[in-house]
Write a protein that binds this ligand. Structure first.
Ligand code: UTP
Length: 354
């Protein structure tokens, strides 16, 4: 079985972070989102993966996954963002006659994707879709099931959802889906919808079944989703202190990678500090990840994602629920108001109290 990761989108909901870099390379738990996706697929036994990129996102995505071992990665360009159906259709020649899985490049599952692939491999079905119960399904693809667990209807973002079962970001298909995709007309919003192709498959008599997601599932579409996904991943952090720690108090699950330094600080886990980072006279609170080479000095940060080579210095308020981009700098010079919630894109500079 092969896998396709569509990752060509603009990530508009994550602006300004995605002005500088594509969403799949933004870090959660100090690893680009797309690396979690590739590793989930590899853990499920998939070795051949095609990532759908745009000409703009290709270089950054290639760079992010280049060190991953045990998988062969191909890159396929989608010239225009014409929807998921179009993204998948681009991989037709690469997939050939294989069965394949589509894994949305910005989705994460607590228990990976093995259960969906197993459901597909163990039964003579045409497709398996990951389904998750949500309180309000209006923003999702929505499935209606019969009493055998077969999907009888699929609707894209319905105003009145007929069920609370949303389609999560993993699908398994046979190569015959490409015939349907090639003949698919665009939807009212001008995109080629994968949901329309699956609905067509159902109408043609195809067996499409739903497999419930067990554990958490996150679509990292919005800023708070990134911070929450970071929290969920850090929940399972294994403590490991290999870097240099002096005059500091570490509590709970803390990772200090080799080459990282922590001096005169309080670290309340779960917190992960990547190599080359330096924490000095600082407080790091739960669910914070600090990227490679970042510096946090005379500052307090919690429940935040700090990307690589960022700098947070002399800030006398606690920073909470922040997304701080690559090489962004936050520098304090004096008294400032009490609480700040920041989304700072790469290389931004924020100065307080000057
Ligand atoms: P999304 O719509 O959630 O991602 O698509 P996006 O377009 O990057 O983000 P927004 O909506 O502008 O904020 C889900 C996944 O499908 C990919 C995206 O890159 C994302 O990984 N995708 C979507 C494509 O590869 N091509 C498309 O035409 C559409």
């Amino acid at each position: 079985m092969k896998a396709i990761i569509p990752a060509a989108g603009f990530g508009t909901r994550l602006r300004p972070l995605t002005y500088a870099r594509p969403k799949p390379v933004l870090p959660v738990a100090n690893k680009p989102i797309i690396c979690h996706a590739v590793q989930n697929l590899a853990a499920a036994g998939i070795r051949e993966i095609a990532i759908i990129v745009s000409s703009v996102t290709r270089k950054a995505i290639e760079g992010a996954v280049s060190d991953l071992e045990g998988v062969q990665i191909a890159y396929i360009e989608q010239p225009e963002m014409l929807g998921l159906g179009d993204a998948v259709r681009r991989a037709r020649d690469w997939v050939g006659e294989s069965d394949f899985c589509v894994y949305l490049g910005d989705n994460l599952f607590e228990h990976g994707v093995t259960s969906f692939l197993d459901a597909f491999r163990s039964r003579p079905v045409d497709a398996v879709l990951a389904l998750v119960e949500v309180p309000d399904a209006r923003a999702f693809g929505v499935a209606v099931l019969d009493d055998q667990g077969r999907i009888t209807q699929l609707l894209e973002k319905p105003k009145c959802p007929p069920s609370n079962l949303a389609v999560a970001g993993v699908y398994c298909f046979k190569s015959s889906l490409f015939g349907i995709l090639e003949a698919l007309p665009p939807s009212a919003r001008g995109e080629y919808e994968i949901t329309d192709a699956i609905q067509r498959l159902i109408e043609d008599g195809g067996q499409v079944i739903g497999q419930r997601v067990v554990g958490w599932w996150k679509d990292t579409g919005r800023p708070l989703d990134l911070i929450e996904t970071n929290r969920l991943l850090l929940e399972r952090l294994e403590p490991c202190v290999l870097g240099e720690v002096t005059g500091s108090r570490l509590a709970g699950r803390v990772v200090v990678e080799p080459g990282a330094e922590v001096h005169g600080s309080v670290i309340m886990g779960p917190v992960t500090i990547a190599s080359g980072a330096r924490i000095e006279n600082a407080y790091l609170g739960p669910f914070t990840s600090v990227g490679r080479g970042s510096v946090i000095r005379n500052a307090e940060v919690e429940y935040s994602v700090i990307d690589e080579e960022a700098e947070i210095c002399d800030v006398n308020v606690r920073l909470q629920e922040c997304l701080i981009g690559l090489r962004a700098r936050i520098v304090g010079h004096g008294e400032v108001p009490k609480v700040h919630r920041l989304i700072l894109s790469d290389t931004s500079v924020l100065e307080f109290g000057c």
